[in-house]
Design a protein around this ligand. Sequence first.
Ligand code: PEP
Ligand code: MN
Length: 268
Amino acid sequence: MNPSTLLSTQPTSANPLVAEKPLIISGPCSAETEQQVLDTCQRLAATGRVNMLRAGIWKPRTKPGLFEGIGTRGLPWLIKARELTGLPVAVEVATAKHVEDCLAFGVDVLWLGARTTVNPFSVQEVADALRGVAVPVLIKNPLNPDVELWTGAVERLHKVGVAHLGLIHRGFSSYGNTELRNAPMWHLPIEMKRRFPQLPILCDPSHIAGRRELLAGLAQQAADLDFDGLMIEAHQDPDQAWSDAAQQVTPERLAELLAGLTWRRETT
Ligand code: PEP
Ligand code: MN
């Protein structure tokens, strides 16, 4: 299969992944409480710089004993956030049940996390649950620097008829302590841009950085490389976050950070 002819995502207003550039998706790493989701999302919307909201409902934690997500009961909080802000909502899915629950609540956009993209069985399970469903799906890179595996996930979702796909670059894990939580290896998302020129590609500087001080520089690098937008974590009270506290910023700090970026083809 020639990957460059694989996908036919057209920039239409019906596709929330390509309607605006830069596309800025933000929200907490994890949905924790209804108040936390609504406060964070309303403050993000008030900045006027965010096009879509995100929150993890099921959290794939590296070790047991940590907060593993609020589960399905958090979905109505996100739907309420959408009602209050008018912004679409995105949720990570890793199993067929996650897909079913998100679709039942009318979640607007789904994404595959790095720990799911790495596993073809999981990707196929999600793909099978999406057969014939018209929800856009974003695909994060796998944990390891393997563009074939990332490509394979795109192909699996394309094959079941997911019409609107996009990519998220969140860096690649390695052994030992490094300045960045995950190595960006920018040449790999650039190779994916070459393979899939029709697909929007976002950068997730939060999971690359691991520390909020490093977000702005990474986000500017993504803008310089002509990424289509960002997925970036924000929390009402970052230091108290139940997951990924060190890399989250307040909605107001996010707005400052976004205001400082220069995009190659700004449309706003
Ligand atoms: C997330 O977006 O909260 C997440 C779990 O990210 P990743 O899959 O990139 O680790
Ligand atoms: Mn996170």
